[in-house]
Design a protein around this ligand. Structure first.
Ligand SMILES: *Cc1c(COP(=O)(O)O)cnc(C)c1O
Length: 401
């Protein structure tokens, strides 16, 4: 009998949607260079523009404001490096005069944290805003940090580890009032919850294909018309000169299809995936004593459940679950392999010991009710075993008679 495999790590990446895959296989025959004038080129170009429209539609943005990149990491880097170049004298907008401060948060994805750290090393002042126990940005700290020196505010829309959703609209409105540019990393949000750039009033918004059942290595950056942008890759005139290089057209078309499906399925996703997540949450709470749920109780992604299991160690739980065919993660995939506790859990005040005993379950299309029940049945004995082991090891090995 084939062993049961339940993939429940959709915030790390998603499987390719079957419809997307079928289309991509056909798209490999569209070999024309989208920049060529002949009809093969024009056909490739037309398909590419359809995909751009689909990606824009997912966030309520006109197609012309969408730039294709290699993914969320590149999009985020592009924003931060644009901000750096703004101050380097190449772009003479009065807005940048004297402004050399950036505000971000302590719980961003590493590609934002490290981009911010890079700018700090180049002389920028960077605020890494603290969050409350639910992972929400402390607004009083934000207001204190914000000033006429702020050049960029970058706050993620939804967190990849605990799922907490920020009040981007309010954060953006304050940033705009202060005259700063506003960026949000919406990689985990776009395609899971409603996102609309005009409602949010952001200047830049980051997205990625492989978190929404599209291919890996493709993403996009929304850039509001009038917001500055510099290329990371110089060369030909692709993407209006903002991102040179012959198009990854199969990736782009697959991403376009994935975005189209995500928009179509948005409501069902919210309803069905949330119901499964709640089933898992309630089942674990009922069957494993003394556990806590991390993240915001209501302003949270429908698919994310982060649980602390005191007295058990995360990596062991993961291995124990993997032996039973359950594939989850401790915090972020990007941070695993390091023994540091999750920076997100530390920021919400979970503490290093508990952070080491925390598991992120992230659900998606493909997880069934039966799968959730299997997890609810399988995890409690694993936790009980590890807890018993850690109690044994802390008792003296020589027992007095
Ligand atoms: C996955 C992820 C990224 C990185 O996107 P890639 O396309 O993998 O580079 C950035 N931000 C968040 C919040 C993510 O979850």
């Amino acid at each position: 009998m084939e062993k049961r495999r339940i993939y429940i790590d959709y915030n790390a990446t998603t499987p390719l949607n079957k419809e997307v895959k079928a289309e991509m296989i056909e798209d490999f025959d569209i070999y024309g260079n989208a920049s060529s004038m002949h009809s093969s080129g024009r056909h490739a170009h037309a398909r590419l523009e359809q995909a751009r429209k689909a990606v824009g539609d997912l966030i309520g943005a006109p197609a012309k404001t969408v730039i294709f990149t290699s993914g969320g990491s590149e999009s985020n880097n592009m924003v931060f490096q644009t901000i750096w170049r703004l101050t380097s004298g190449e772009y003479g907008k009065p807005l940048t005069q004297g402004r050399r401060e950036i505000i971000t948060t302590a719980i961003e994805h590493p590609c934002v944290l490290n981009s911010a750290a890079y700018l700090k090393s180049l002389g920028f002042k960077v605020y890494f805003l603290p969050v409350d126990e639910y992972g929400k940005v402390k607004m009083d700290e934000y207001r204190k940090a914000l000033s006429e020196n702020t050049l960029l505010v970058s706050v993620m829309m939804a967190n990849n580890e605990i799922g907490t959703i920020q009040d981007i609209k309010e954060i953006a409105s304050l940033a705009k009032t202060a005259g700063a540019w506003m960026h949000t990393d919406a990689v985990q949000a776009a395609g899971k919850i409603p996102v609309n750039v005009d409602d949010l009033q952001v200047d830049y918004l980051t997205m990625s294909g492989h978190k929404i059942y599209g291919p890996k290595g493709i993403g996009a950056l929304y850039v509001r018309s009038g917001a500055p942008l510099f290329p990371l890759i110089h060369g030909g005139h692709q993407e209006n000169g903002f991102r040179a290089g012959t198009y990854n057209n199969v990736g782009i078309l697959g991403y376009g299809k994935a975005a189209e499906l995500a928009k179509q399925n948005l409501e069902a996703y919210g309803r069905e995936i949330r119901a499964l997540r709640n089933q898992l949450r309630d089942g674990l709470l009922a069957n494993v004593p003394n556990i806590t749920i991390n993240g915001h109780p209501t302003d949270v992604l429908p698919n994310t459940l982060n649980v602390s299991f005191p007295g058990a160690e995360g990596e062991s739980i993961l291995l124990g679950m993997d032996l039973k065919g359950i594939e989850a993660s401790t915090g972020s995939a990007c941070a695993s392999g390091s023994l540091e506790p999750s920076h997100v859990l530390m920021a919400v005040g979970v503490g290093p010991e508990l952070a080491h005993g925390s598991i992120r379950f992230s659900l998606g299309w493909g997880v069934s009710k039966e799968d959730i029940q299997y997890i609810i049945d399988t995890v409690p004995p694993i936790i009980a075993r590890f807890r018993a082991m850690s109690t044994v090891s802390s008792t003296p090995s020589i027992v007095p008679l």
